[in-house]
Design a protein around this ligand. Structure first.
Ligand code: E4P
Length: 217
């Protein structure tokens, strides 16, 4: 399972990258706004900065919702760096754009996916990644991890090559459950990744080992 970090914060990206476990980054317009990034040029610069830190796929989202606009934006984003994956919303024109990008060798991430039907369409269009938003489903009393399981099952049955990228992850248990469900990728905030380190018995055990070591000196 690949680990992506879900942020546009360079310090968080560096910290996760320094752990040696990072396979990529996802961003979206809300994450850019959260970092106070304003203006097209600064957004583009942030993508380049991220690509210069992480040796892995970096999702950059198109803003246009018409086919021509998505293609224009997506081609410009893809030209920034070989690691750029063009993130396209799950709408009718988005599916056409994904087909276009696939046919032209540009990697894509189909975003805002909330159903297995949408995931089938994304795979048929040749998306590199499909992003089901599990936290937002949980917020609406629908089990997001169930959707991951369902999509993984369908994709395996038909040998679809699209990778299931579990998004909208809120906590460490989501990561573990997505791993059990067979997600190809999880994209998580830094605190959810770091939360995987935690166990009180580890802390207690280490303190005891260090205390006992001092008795052997
Ligand atoms: C990543 O690709 C998604 O845009 C992101 O995980 C959405 O997360 P949220 O539901 O916490 O905004």
């Amino acid at each position: 399972m690949k680990f992506f970090i879900d942020t546009a914060n360079l310090d968080h990206i560096r910290e996760a990258n320094d752990l040696g476990i990072l396979d990529g980054v996802t961003t979206n317009p809300s994450l850019m706004a959260k970092e106070g990034i304003k203006g097209h040029d600064n957004i583009i610069q942030r993508y380049v900065d991220i690509c210069n830190i992480v040796n892995g796929d970096v999702s950059a989202e198109v803003i246009a919702t018409d086919l021509k606009g998505m293609i224009k934006e997506g081609e410009a984003l893809a030209a920034l760096h070989p690691n750029i994956v063009v993130k396209v919303p799950m709408i009718k024109e988005g599916i056409k754009a994904i087909r276009y990008f696939t046919d032209n060798g540009i990697k894509t991430n189909c975003t805002l996916v909330f159903s297995a039907g949408q995931a089938i369409l994304a795979a048929k269009a040749g998306a590199t990644y499909v992003s089901p938003f599990i936290g937002r489903l949980d917020d609406n009393s629908v089990d997001g991890v169930d959707l991951i399981e369902q999509i993984v099952h369908i994709y395996r049955m038909y040998d679809f090559q699209t990778q299931v990228l579990a998004a909208s992850i809120r906590h460490t248990m989501h990561i573990v459950k997505c791993a059990e469900a067979g997600a190809d990728v999880v994209t998580c905030p830094l605190d959810a990744i770091l939360g995987l380190l935690n166990h009180p018995l580890t802390d207690i055990g280490l303190a005891k080992f260090l205390a006992d070591y001092s008795k052997t000196k």
